[in-house]
Design a protein around this ligand. Structure first.
Ligand SMILES: NC(=O)CC[C@H](N)C(=O)O
Length: 196
């Protein structure tokens, strides 16, 4: 199994470190040729979604990446990565991939609460540490989207088919369980593809 991590900006190294801990091979997606490499799953890290969205277009990564996601390659977006996937961003006309049918609110926690850590239950996983950094939350989910975690009644983790997204940063806590859950999504898909 091999996972491509979008590495144009933001906290991509931390995801690679977690995957290394789990003995899973990963590579950085920085340019067109990288995204054309074969991989079983993709991680979109945290960072600044506006900057990332601009860079992936300039670097000609956007189209191939979007096509892969539409073709149901498992993808895991954290924080800005969740914003890149969302089909709608509140108070904005910008849509990046738009493959995840949710409305997200950017920088949703205001200035004082820009960064915080908590422990909450995530569906199918259990109680985990959650690190929020100028995080979004999900304001609304459309049909077929499973809510996996909420913090103070705000939705912070969702799954839609093979797309997993968290408003928080599991890669910054040392806890590997959300990544392990993502690996399960990949394994299921690989089994399914091999059956066909
Ligand atoms: N930690 C993060 O990824 C922050 C996301 C950032 N505030 C954005 O809107 O893109």
């Amino acid at each position: 199994m091999r996972i491509g991590i979008l590495a144009v900006q933001g906290a991509f190294k931390e995801h690679a470190n977690i995957l290394e801990k789990l003995s899973v091979e990963s590579f950085e997606i920085r340019k067109r040729q990288d995204i054309e490499r074969d991989c079983d799953g993709i991680i979109l890290p945290g960072g600044e979604s506006t900057v990332m969205g601009k860079l992936i277009k300039e670097l000609e990564i956007f189209d191939v990446l979007k096509e892969k996601i539409e073709n149901k390659i498992p993808v895991f977006g954290t924080c800005a990565g969740m914003i890149l996937l969302a089909s709608q961003i509140e108070d904005s006309k910008t849509v990046h991939f738009g493959t995840l049918p949710v409305i997200v609110k950017r920088n949703a926690y205001g200035r004082q609460l820009g960064s915080f850590r908590t422990e909450q239950k995530m569906e199918n996983i259990g109680v985990i540490p959650m690190e929020f950094i100028r995080a979004p939350y999900v304001k609304e989910v459309k049909d077929g989207v499973k809510v996996l975690a909420t913090v103070e009644r705000h939705i912070v983790a969702v799954q839609y088919e093979n797309q997993l997204a968290t408003a928080f940063h599991p890669e910054l806590t040392g806890n590997t369980s959300v990544h392990e859950y993502f690996l399960e999504i990949i394994k299921k898909r690989n089994k399914f593809i091999n059956k066909i």
